[in-house]
Ligand binder design. Structure first.
Ligand SMILES: [Zn+2]
Length: 247
């Protein structure tokens, strides 16, 4: 039977071949075993509670690029908390430390390639950590697969379980989802009901055609053409205002 050295207490911990996760039999720390060696795995506690997550979602839904009234019309279908696994690579590049974060599980959820690990919030994931009912998503990507593409020298590498809120919502019969970073409150969304730009496009096209016509007219009668241009300008402005209010 093989063994790894516990990164916390230094004890030799026996492992079965093919095992990826084990617990130190001496100090109880959870240990992650990769082909590149053993390391801790860390967990980041939730700083954003469920009600905060819903509030963050509502504010995001009221944002300027979302369809009008999404904050009121979106019907929340489910709110779930999970710990998503990422690899944290600390590397030394030209004498300076830099942190790289890569997903450790394949996912279609948005934003999980952009997670940022908050300084000082890493907790060693041991028996005392309370997951509070959040789902622990298992890694299915090898840490090894990232190592060849990283610059600099290895300082530290670890598996980190990152807190996320997954909110599913329904808008006009279609289901969408957002991911909220459970530590920073940042919202990630790839597809959402967005504000249509067709109204503005129509106003711009009609305004453009009117100006071209008025420009031609100006060679025959400048004062009438100028007057019409003024009317067109006011018309375009009012039409844009209507589009902004209604759409
Ligand atoms: Zn130990």
């Amino acid at each position: 039977m093989a063994s790894v050295k516990c990164p916390k207490c230094g004890a030799a911990v026996a492992i079965d071949a093919g095992t990826k996760f084990t617990k130190c039999t001496f100090c109880g720390s959870e240990i992650y075993i990769d082909r590149s060696g053993a390391g801790f795995y860390y967990i980041i506690p939730f700083a954003v509670r469920e009600n905060d997550a819903i509030g963050i979602f509502r504010r995001w839904a009221a944002g300027p690029s979302r369809v009008k009234d999404l904050d009121r019309k979106a019907e929340i279908a489910s709110v779930k908390s999970a710990y998503f696994p990422v690899y944290m690579f600390k590397r030394k590049i030209n004498g300076r430390e830099q942190v790289f974060v890569e997903p450790a599980a394949s996912t279609t959820l948005p934003g999980l390639h952009q997670l940022k690990i908050p300084a000082g919030d890493l907790k060693i994931f041991d028996a005392t950590f309370d997951k509070g009912g959040a789902e622990l998503i298992n890694p299915d990507i090898e840490m090894f697969s990232y190592l060849n593409n990283l610059p600099g020298e290895r300082v530290e590498q670890a598996l980190v379980f990152f807190p996320i809120w997954k909110i599913d919502y329904i808008f006009e019969g279609k289901k969408y989802n957002v991911v909220i970073d459970g530590s920073s409150g940042e919202v990630f969304s790839s597809i959402f009901p967005s504000r249509s730009s067709i109204g503005y496009m129509l106003v711009a096209i009609v305004g453009f055609i009117a100006f071209v016509g008025e420009g031609l007219l100006a060679t025959f009668n400048l004062s009438i053409a100028l007057m019409l241009m003024g009317i067109t300008l006011i018309g375009v402005f009012l039409a844009a205002l209507v589009v902004a209010r209604r759409m």
